[in-house]
Write a protein that binds this ligand. Structure first.
Ligand SMILES: NC(=O)C1=CN([C@@H]2O[C@H](COP(=O)(O)OP(=O)(O)OC[C@H]3O[C@@H](n4cnc5c(N)ncnc54)[C@H](OP(=O)(O)O)[C@@H]3O)[C@@H](O)[C@H]2O)[C@@H](O)CC1
Ligand SMILES: [K+]
Length: 501
């Protein structure tokens, strides 16, 4: 699913009006109708609503929604935040229609006291949408901050007011929505980690905008939906043998961190690698061979950490390095010889990324077609400090192109920067997965997909989706609190099945 900018949304809106054809006011009626239906379906008969409207088209939506809620027999009050200018034409038309339907309207000018919101009423935020051009200030900012302080549920129309579709709003006043009902397509601002506190649950409402425009319009960013991921998934040939699924090399673990190695190794085998050789320090050999007899062990000469590359490197067709390896100088040297000797795609995670951050010259050794999987802190260590996630995704795309590799920025919606210049946001996963070990499982899974011959972009899309889906399936039997990375591995099979044709 494509992610549209505010400008593309305006063009899509205008194209639909011209070509359907439909009057702009009727398109607004359709959009408001979808929101009203959603609100009526989600909140019981006893729930009242307070709709806060600006004077642009977002406010026009709000007025139409209020009229529809009243027509459905619900209690709905309307507060209009006065602006310097006259309202937009569709706002003014909806104002007339609401007045004709005897809706109660309160005009809020600068300096006025904000009307009380009844306990239990749902706040509908139709103040500003994609037309916001500067950070909120003055009485608009005060209103948003006041609404944020109330215990009421808040539903934002199109965007939480104060949020920009395409640039950062860090530090600005923004409405904290419980739900966001956004029109037709996701907006970039709704997907970035920094905005997760503001968007609440995001729901994309189909308002019947032109499908022709949608398919003809190029976008830089896409959502990695199940449909997209299925198109990249490669079902197995029934007559295949283990040699068809690659031989993965996994360097993981150190004294006290053998759990990370085990989680990655198990995920690698559950992810479908034909063979797995796991390079571990001596102290980890017994642990690995006992807990995961399916994996072969490559014991390092050192007891507690990885120091020396195994002699034979030609038998592996991909390498995963990082989980639990630490950042000692011996391990850094081992990583350097790995990068220099293995001519295969790599998955680098955790301490391997920290080692890369400490020594920039390692980055130039990275073979094309590899995958880096930093979380935001590791990302900033690698690529420098960033003020916002909008900046991070630009850096990720530039780095992906420079390295001809995938840069995967972990987060609420993990971002996959492809060397082709495309950016994808993952759609699976949940807060229960925020636990040590989750990343090790992803490393193992991505390594498995590279072993099976997936290119880096497809491996990242399929791997990140499966990882999140396994988490979503696991949480049905657990809770967000109790979920363990091992539960993700246990549900990987069920997640794979969802991709079967
Ligand atoms: N796309 C679609 O298909 C459809 C889109 N629809 C809806 O249209 C919405 C976009 O509407 P929009 O373009 O009228 O902009 P909107 O968000 O209402 O804001 C503009 C108003 O805010 C004001 N304003 C701006 N910044 C400000 C600030 N910092 N502080 C204070 N004021 C500020 C600005 O004033 P001005 O800058 O002109 O003085 C103007 O009055 C979109 O989000 C969706 O809800 C649906 O109806 C149908 C289908
Ligand atoms: K809004």
């Amino acid at each position: 699913m494509k992610i549209f900018s505010a400008e593309q949304m305006r063009a899509w809106d205008a194209y639909t009006i011209r070509h359907e054809p439909v009057l702009s006011i009727d398109l607004m009626e359709r959009a408001a109708g979808r929101c009203a239906d959603w609100l009526l379906a989600h909140f019981g008969q006893e729930t009242g609503f307070m709709v806060f409207c600006g004077m642009g088209n977002n406010g026009g939506d709000g007025l139409a929604i209020a009229r529809m809620l009243l027509a459905a027999g619900r209690r709905a009050g309307v507060v209009i935040l006065e602006s310097r200018r006259q309202g937009s034409p569709d706002f003014l038309e909806n104002l007339k229609r609401l007045q004709a339907a005897s809706g109660a309207i309160f005009l809020l000018a600068a300096g006025d006291a904000i009307p009380d919101v009844p306990a239990g009423a749902v706040v509908v935020d139709a103040l500003f949408g994609t037309g916001l051009n500067t950070p909120l200030s003055g009485h608009a900012a005060r209103l948003v901050e006041h609404l944020n302080g109330l215990p009421n549920t808040r539903v934002a129309i199109d965007l939480p007011s104060g949020l920009f579709a395409d640039r950062s709003a860090v530090g600005n006043p923004v409405l904290l929505a419980t739900h966001t009902l956004t029109f037709a397509a996701p907006k970039l601002g709704l997907l970035l980690q920094e905005n997760a506190p503001f968007t609440g649950e995001v729901h994309i409402l189909d308002i019947g905008l032109s499908p022709a425009f949608e398919s003809a319009t190029e976008t830089r960013f896409q959502l990695a939906t199940a449909t997209l991921v299925k198109s990249r998934f490669r079902p197995r040939n029934r007559f295949a043998h283990k040699g068809n699924f690659g031989h993965a090399y996994l360097a993981a673990g150190s004294l006290g961190k053998m759990g990370a190695a085990l989680m990655a190794a198990t995920a690698c085998l559950r992810g479908g690698a034909g063979l797995l050789s796991c390079h571990v320090p001596r102290c980890g050999v017994g642990i690995l061979q006992t807990a995961l007899p399916e994996a072969m062990a490559l014991p390092d000469p050192d007891e507690t950490r990885l120091t020396t590359l195994p002699g034979e490197t030609s038998r592996y067709n991909c390498a995963g390095i990082g989980p639990g390896i630490g950042t000692s100088t011996q391990t850094a040297a081992m990583l350097r010889s790995c990068l220099a000797k293995f001519q295969v795609p790599f998955v680098l995670d955790a301490d391997a990324l920290n080692l890369l951050a400490k020594d920039e010259s390692l980055m130039s050794l990275l073979p094309a077609g590899s995958i880096l999987t930093p979380h935001p802190k590791e990302f900033d260590r690698l690529f420098g400090a960033h003020d916002s996630d909008f900046d991070r995704i630009e850096t990720a795309l530039a780095a992906a192109e420079r390295l001809q590799s995938v840069v995967l920025l972990k987060g609420h919606h993990t971002f996959i920067a492809s060397p082709t210049g495309s950016g994808y946001f993952n759609t699976t996963g949940n807060a229960g997965m925020a636990k040590g070990g989750s990343g090790d499982v992803l490393t193992g899974l991505l390594t498995a997909l590279l072993a099976q011959g997936y290119g880096a972009e497809d491996a990242a899309l399929v791997g990140v989706w499966l990882h999140g889906k396994a988490g979503d399936l696991a949480v049905e039997r657990q809770s967000y609190e109790s979920l363990l990375p091992g539960d993700l591995v246990a549900r990987l099979g069920a997640a794979f099945r969802q991709l079967y044709p």
